[in-house]
Design a protein around this ligand. Structure first.
Ligand code: ADP
Length: 484
């Protein structure tokens, strides 16, 4: 059993219209580090999802009329409660997701920051007065909430992925129905319980647990009451939801897959590049959409970088996320482990060399050794596919043009990183990279104050920052006559 200071945070029901709803159908949630059974969670279906959408719609009628100050007060209280219960939230998260406890605590802090950011932004939903084109008319633009938002999120950041959407939606005056990942429902349910304690009105936020994601996705996308879909997950599922949303012409926000290049130029501070690459590659055991997927290193510094990088990777500590010394936890499930093995075998069969790791970890289960591959050819599948594991393939390039060409040779365009000191190169390369986010001399870029999101097949819309609120707002033009 989980040891929590507040055991009432361990919820196993869905949350519909302000009430916890159990089910005779349940499914087991297990700890990926040791297979331990954590809880049996309600497995709800289409009927409950429809009920949740209707509850969201009813709640919207009054929530949209609240003042910004009222909405901000709930978000601030919720943020305070997350901070107060950080240890319990982090314990639940590490137990069901596997990430090191320090990263789980970091995820709570990051989520809290989004709540506070959007609580403040709620007060700044300004409109415009447009100089008139006709003396008898006046032109105004007001911003209004889009309505009920349906959110679907993955397991890699069980709280942060919804905490980037929900406070923006609530701040704008929208309500939400949410389907967390079936792999990690417990974190989100504890998070929802804190929303209840923060005074969120019933129906303003509903959580549906299910093993039948496609059925719930259909309810969300086909309902006329839902006006927006906000999805974080894989590109194929994002494309499916986009197609399904076409039938009701919904607004959409899509945070999809990535294939982040991490480029090291010959004028880079190599030690700094090594630490940046470690942070970017191995966070959450490599299971994030902004993790460095391909390390591209200029030939004159290739050996120096690869050597120093491999040394730093060798110091990572694989283990159960609850242990203080752990820096790399298990992979989420067997399928994730199998994929890593297939991609490494493929790279090796194309001529890549295993500089470090390359095997399952002695701990068994879904633990995998942090791995460095060198001399990786571009034909290898992992130059095109998202690895989502603790594997760092290092590619070689010779010129700046070649680096840009290789970096952009993907249908994805989420995050990218590069290390260089020359100011001209920093501008040229930043402008030439076809990505929504560029980290220059840093491997960590995510913050509530800046727009997070991708271009190309990595997505639509932005989360966080002043722009993030626009995704949950409609613009209305008011043309007022009868003035004289
Ligand atoms: P990941 O590989 O990160 O799990 P997915 O895109 O498969 O990425 O899953 C992300 C979220 O999308 C999860 O909550 C999952 O249950 C949900 N999901 C998967 N397939 C569908 C679908 N057909 N319709 C709606 N949601 C789906």
């Amino acid at each position: 059993m989980l040891k929590l200071s507040d055991p009432t945070l361990l919820k196993t029901e869905s949350f519909i219209n302000g009430e916890w709803r159990s089910s005779s159908q349940t499914y087991a949630v297990k700890n990926p580090a040791n297979g331990q059974h954590l809880a049996d969670v309600a497995n709800h279906g289409v009927e409950e999802a429809q009920e949740a959408v209707e509850a969201g719609y009813d709640a919207y009628k009054s929530w949209k009329k609240t003042t910004a100050a009222e909405r901000a007060a709930v978000l601030m209280k919720w943020a305070d409660l997350m901070e107060q219960h950080r240890e319990d939230l982090a314990t639940i998260m590490t137990s069901e997701q596997g990430k090191p406890l320090a990263e789980a605590r970091g995820e709570i802090n990051y989520s809290v920051a989004f709540f506070r950011w959007f609580a403040e932004e709620a007060r700044r939903i300004y409109g415009d007065v447009i100089p008139t084109h006709n003396p008898a008319l006046r032109n105004l633009v007001i911003k209004q909430p889009v309505g009920v938002v349906a959110a679907i999120t993955p397991w890699n950041f069980p709280i942060a992925m919804v905490a980037k959407k929900l406070p923006a939606a609530l701040a704008a005056g929208c309500t939400m129905v949410w389907k967390p990942s079936e792999e990690t429902p417990l974190s989100g349910l504890a998070f929802a319980e804190l929303g209840v304690r923060a005074g969120l009105p019933g129906g303003a936020f509903n959580v549906i647990n299910t093993l039948d994601a496609p059925a719930i996705g259909k309810v969300f996308t086909e309902s006329e009451l839902v006006r927006k879909i906000s999805f974080t997950g894989s590109t194929p599922v994002g494309k499916l939801l986009l197609r399904q949303s076409a039938s009701t012409v919904k607004k959409v926000s899509m945070e999809l897959g990535g294939n982040a290049p991490f480029i090291v130029f010959d004028d880079a501070d190599i030690d700094a590049a090594v630490s940046g690459a470690i942070a970017s590659k191995f966070r959450n055991a490599g299971q994030t959409c902004v993790c460095a997927n391909r390390l591209l290193v200029q030939e004159s510094v290739y050996d120096e970088f690869s050597e120093k990088f491999s040394k730093a990777v060798a110091e990572l500590h694989v283990g159960d996320g609850m242990a203080a010394e752990t820096t790399v936890g298990p992979l989420i499930n067997q399928a994730a482990l199998d994929k890593v093995e297939v991609l490494i075998d493929d790279a090796v069969s194309h001529g890549a060399q295993v500089a470090l790791g390359g095997n399952r970890h002695d701990l068994g289960g879904t633990f995998y050794q942090p791995t460095v591959l060198t001399e990786v050819p571009f034909e290898a599948r992992l130059s095109r596919e998202e690895i989502f594991g603790p594997v760092a393939p290092i590619f070689r390039f010779s010129t700046e043009e070649e680096a840009l060409e290789q970096a952009n040779a993907t249908e994805y365009g989420l995050a990218c990183y590069f290390y260089a000191r020359d100011i001209g190169r920093i501008w040229r390369v930043s402008e030439g990279l076809e990505y929504g986010m560029v980290g220059v001399n840093t491997g960590m870029i995510s913050t509530p104050v800046a727009p997070f999101g991708g271009i190309k097949e990595s997505g639509l819309g932005r989360e966080g920052s002043k722009y993030g609120l626009d995704d949950y707002l409609e613009m209305k033009f008011m043309c007022i006559g009868g003035i004289d």
